[in-house]
Design a protein around this ligand. Structure first.
Ligand code: WT7
Length: 664
């Protein structure tokens, strides 16, 4: 495989176009470009009327809204604000009394291969029962509940139960550290935590509850009154008397009937923490009405969902993709979905393909990093090649989280999709709530490596630093000019940061995505060129360089200074590269390796294993200007192994470049 750099080259000359077949166009919900353009025209002609129609058609409101969009307090936009609904009722109760009630909602495949199925009716009963347990423990509408769960049916139940009683959930990915959990408990002011004793991944039993215990022991978490523990495995874990209870204990005697609590459309359904340009993660706050509309709508638009589809989004519920395309979208749309507990390489790297065959998956949605690693595995071992599995059930493939290089796109198209399945390369973010720029499978001619065109009603554009549109072919800053229903509402506890991060004054009130992009000269297709802020994308996971720097310098006995940059990586898209100045002399050889490992483990403990720097280089100093500013672009060149061609005349200490360029 070539490096992302050369793949960017090949995107620039990318001229392969894959239009959907006539049969696919004919059968699709949004049929052909004419169908897409008709929706765009409707949004253009009557923006609010368009969204009002869709919100009425796609959601069940207990109190209908009378106002669609309120821009009076921009950028704190409100959608459908006087309407009331319940998210869980829109995912579960709406199917009761219809043909969907006895349909399988979730096919759960555990790490060890055991399969469990649950129907919509059964899921409603279990969500209701758990919602009653939460209520019985004093959790109320508006309370925040932190969820730290493995990929299980119970994870979805925990989220849906919160939604059912109007509690705002904040899911923390099970790979995050005790420190990360602690920060989020405090920032969100969580009153309860829902977790599991352990999680099973790749045949290993990994602790979850112990990490919650460690987080809560750090102090300052007095808001947390209850910890609910799902006993995923028979192994015992520490239980704190009075605070902790197992699911079985909490559910005992609770009714399976729990009326959903109607909330205002703007009521915060969840907070999800994500990385930004500073060391502190941002609590992205989402609404109930606008968010849920998007989850449901994009299931229909982007995935062209049909009643008999078997949908599989491989994302963890700890990320936004798992929120929108596991917990809310598929259920709101009445789909049957696969939930997988384990990892793609266990017991072998053919697991995804075998599961597609086993469960007759028809829509498969995963990340480029997973595809790239499975390509590598399949090329090395024919036994795990997708050709070994019957993938004829597939009809649509999706990609999410990072740019997909055309080489990986072509392999996915050919070897997984049998040159038959459109690939929807969906561009979006935690903040956008759901897809914003993406092909539609029965309409958009595909170009490998391009997320093609904005969804109807999404006014995406590429502008310069002053907010003026740039011509197709010229790169610039990706913005969305008008609000849309599922957009971020604010940063929890920090409305000022929300305004500054996403609606900087120079950009005329447009939403700033934080990505660079370019539109093709011929079709006006969007291609994302990567983040323009200090955010890295490693295996589709978003990491702030400052967060990692803070973690490194918090090892105060060892580290004096640290600077973190990204460099291209064939497998993970970007890799984390840290330049570190120690409080002692610069180590070399074995000693450097040993200290680098110590620092990696430290970062894993501070943030989580996903934040471990791949490269760590030691220097006597960092390249700085005379005013003391670290010159990161030089570090980026060094990290890439490039010759330094930039002007270094403003550098205080040019000799440091040679030192840092040597691999220790
Ligand atoms: C960042 C958002 C999308 C949900 C999961 C990640 C990058 C996302 C694509 C894509 C190129 C992409 C962007 C974006 N990104 N999808 N299809 N093509 N880049 O959500 O953690 O909030 O990260 O992921 O850089 O800003 P997230």
């Amino acid at each position: 495989m070539s490096s992302p750099n050369s793949s960017i080259e090949s995107v620039l000359v990318e001229n392969r176009v894959f239009p959907p077949s006539d049969a696919v166009v004919k059968a699709a919900r949004i049929s052909g470009m004419a169908g897409y353009e008709a929706l765009c025209a409707e949004a253009d002609k009557d923006f609010e009327g368009f969204w009002a129609r869709l919100a009425r058609e796609n959601l069940q409101w207990t109190k209908p809204f009378t106002r669609t969009l309120d821009e009076s307090n921009a950028p704190f936009f409100q959608w459908f604000a006087d309407g009331e609904l319940n998210a869980s009722a829109n995912c579960l109760d709406r199917h009761i009394g219809t043909a969907t009630e006895n349909k399988t909602a979730i096919i759960f495949e555990a790490d060890d291969g055991a399969v469990t199925r649950i129907t919509y009716k059964e899921l409603l009963a279990r969500v209701s029962q758990f919602a009653n347990a939460l209520k019985a423990h004093g959790v109320e509408k508006g309370d925040r509940v932190l969820i730290y769960m493995p990929m299980t049916i119970e994870g979805v139940i925990a989220m849906q139960a919160c939604a059912r009683i109007g509690a705002t959930h904040s899911v923390v990915f099970g790979g995050f550290s005790a420190k990360a959990v602690h920060e989020r408990v405090i920032d969100a002011g969580a009153v309860a935590i829902i977790t599991a004793n352990y999680q099973m991944r790749g045949g290993k039993e990994l602790p979850l509850k112990a990490i919650i215990d460690e987080a809560l022991a750090t102090g300052g978490c007095d808001t947390v009154r209850n910890v609910f523990v799902y006993e995923r495995t028979p192994t015992a874990c520490n239980m704190v008397e009075g605070r902790d209870k197992t699911f079985a204990q909490a559910l005992a005697g609770q009714s399976t009937d729990c009326p959903p609590v109607a909330v205002g459309a703007e009521h915060p359904l969840f907070i999800l923490y994500t990385s930004g340009s500073t060391g502190k993660p941002k609590g992205v706050q989402h609404s109930t009405g606008g968010y849920l509309l998007w989850a449901k709508l994009t299931m229909d638009w982007t995935f062209d969902l049909r009643p008999d589809d078997i949908f599989w989004c491989t994302a963890d519920i700890g990320w936004i993709t798992g929120h929108t395309y596991v917990t809310y979208g598929p259920l709101a749309a009445g789909a049957t979905q696969i939930i997988f507990e384990g990892i793609p390489t266990f017991p072998n790297a053919g697991r995804f393909w075998q599961m597609i065959e086993r469960h007759k998956c028809s829509i498969f949605y995963t990340a480029p990093t997973a595809i790239r690693s499975l390509i590598k595995a399949a090329e090395g071992d024919a036994a795990v090649h997708p050709a070994r599995s019957d993938l004829s059930s597939l009809r649509i493939l999706g990609s999410v989280g990072e740019p997909i290089n055309p080489e990986a796109w072509m392999w996915y198209y050919k070897h997984v999709g049998g040159e038959r399945c459109p690939i929807v390369d969906t561009f979006w973010q935690t903040e956008t709530g759901g897809h914003v720029i993406t092909p539609l499978p029965g309409a958009t001619p595909l170009v490998p490596g391009s997320c093609t065109l904005p969804l109807p009603g999404i006014t995406a554009a590429i502008v310069d630093e002053t907010g003026n549109d740039v011509a197709n072919g010229a790169g610039g800053i990706l913005v969305i000019k008008r609000p849309w229903p599922s957009m971020i509402r604010t940063i929890w506890n920090d409305p000022e940061r929300f305004k500054k991060s996403y609606f900087p004054e120079e950009l005329k009130g447009y939403y700033l995505a934080g990505d660079g992009a370019v539109r093709s000269a011929d079709r006006g297709y969007f291609r994302i060129t990567g983040r323009i802020d200090d955010v890295l994308n490693v295996s589709g996971h978003r990491m702030g360089t400052m967060e990692i720097e803070s973690a490194l310098v918090s090892k105060t006995d060892l580290v004096a200074e640290a600077a973190v940059v990204g460099r291209p990586d064939d497998l993970t898209g970007e890799a984390i590269c840290a330049f570190v100045v120690l409080k002692r002399s610069r180590p070399t050889g074995e000693e450097a390796k040993q200290i680098a490992n110590e620092l990696r483990n430290w970062v894993a403990k501070e943030i989580g294993p996903i934040a471990k720097p791949k490269d760590i280089r030691f220097g006597d100093n960092l390249p700085k200007t005379r005013s003391g500013k670290i010159m990161r672009r030089l570090l980026r060149s060094i990290a890439k192994g490039e010759a330094i061609t930039q002007d270094t005349s403003t550098l205080e200490n040019p000799a440091i470049l040679d030192q840092l360029s040597q691999t220790n």
